[in-house]
Ligand binder design. Sequence first.
Ligand code: BES
Ligand code: MN
Ligand code: ZN
Length: 493
Amino acid sequence: MQIHVKSAGAAAPSSPLHVTAVLDDKVGVPAGLSEAAKKDWKGEARSWLLLYGGEHERHALLGLGAKKSLDAEAIRRAAAVAASRALALGVESFVLDWTHALSASALAPHAFGRAAAEGLRLATYRFERFRGVGTPAKDQEKELRSATFLGGDAAFAAGVEEGLVGAEAVCFARDLANAPGNALPPRELAAAAQSLAKGAGTRIACKVFEEPELKRLKMGALLGVAKGSSEPARLVHLRYKPKAKRGAKKPRRIVLVGKGLTFDTGGISIKPAARMEEMKFDMCGAAAVLGVFRALQKLDFPHEIHGVIACAENMPDGKAQKPGDVVTAFDGRTIEVLNTDAEGRLVLADALSWASKTLKPELMLDLATLTGAVVVALGHEATGIMGDDGLCRELIAAGDATGERCWQLPLWDVHREMMKSEVADLRNISSPNDGAGSTAGGAFLSYFVGEGIQWAHLDIAGTAWGGKARDYGPKKGASGVGVRLLLEWLRAL
Ligand code: BES
Ligand code: MN
Ligand code: ZN
């Protein structure tokens, strides 16, 4: 997808569809529109009026609603509506005139351009990898190849570029997440990380730890989860180095950790059959981290950013770990595995403590589809976050800016106590009477975060898929949540 930007007053290229974005004050509605049409069409947010017979082959009005509610999300959604309508019309390119919206908006042109590009690109996302010869022609859409935005200055154009990079990264994460378990075992997820790093030249380095090395490192928690699968575990470490700038401040070291369960059957504590197929999405945390690195191929940040993804498949088998088994994690702590379905926290335990010890970061975030309980508590529209209060505040702000909203859950010492075992150092689930299932997961993870590291845990089990489609998608499948959120958080640091 290409987006060209032309300044206000520049001649619009001819195209099969010309769209004018209009607020509910209807300033900018083209002259020559019939009085009845002007009266009937209210300019409501996300409304669309398609007209024929004017100077353009097709001319559409795209409603933006009230000026006071024209925030980034409204722009993202409006751009997405335009993209979907253009797709439905079967045009391969269109012109979208933002001139009046830009002059009315309180948003800076850069943020405006970014939101518009994100909405447009994300709305055109499709997961077509497995749609082959059997797909009827009527179901095959024409591809939307390019759009021209009118009315933007250089800052707006830069925002568009950045928005496209972010949106492409989200689509990359969606593709990984939507891939079924058989197409993307841990080996392949690690390979995707490796080829991503290759494509970035020297900016991004990648190291993949295979099982012999994981054994040498004594990552018993990660290996315990993978024991029941014929697919070996992988730990992936990505590193992004900022461009050296003279006189610049010392870069901050940040680690992003992702849960990469390429499939989670529950193991011996097996899940019910209904909707088990959704557990191919249990690597959405890892996908989000890889999505961020995909964007880092093209974006400059003054920080040293590390990505660590713990990849495994959780299967029941003669060799699988059993309820009651005790494993020893990388940091030497012993863990009583009371439920093999609470496996995400096990693989993350080794990833977090390895990252703490060897990378010694200042800041560390982990993303994981960790608990069904977070869906009960917050549904599909908010990511549950916990950990350092300052970090949580930053994440909430980044969520508001990107539409990937976050809500803090408590994580107190009393919750950490609940994760102590009678037979080992820790237990991987709390007692059923304790409740607070998402907090219990976070409390368990907190033990593996090194001293002095600011840390937050993002439970994306609700937001990674299954949310209400917001024009920029998706109707079904993985949302790619976390990528834009983390990029915004990094930007604001
Ligand atoms: N991957 C699941 C969490 C999940 C469940 C995500 C449903 C999305 C929808 C995780 O590994 C898991 O199974 N968690 C258990 C924890 C429990 C055993 C304490 C859960 O939520 O049931
Ligand atoms: Mn599980
Ligand atoms: Zn899981």
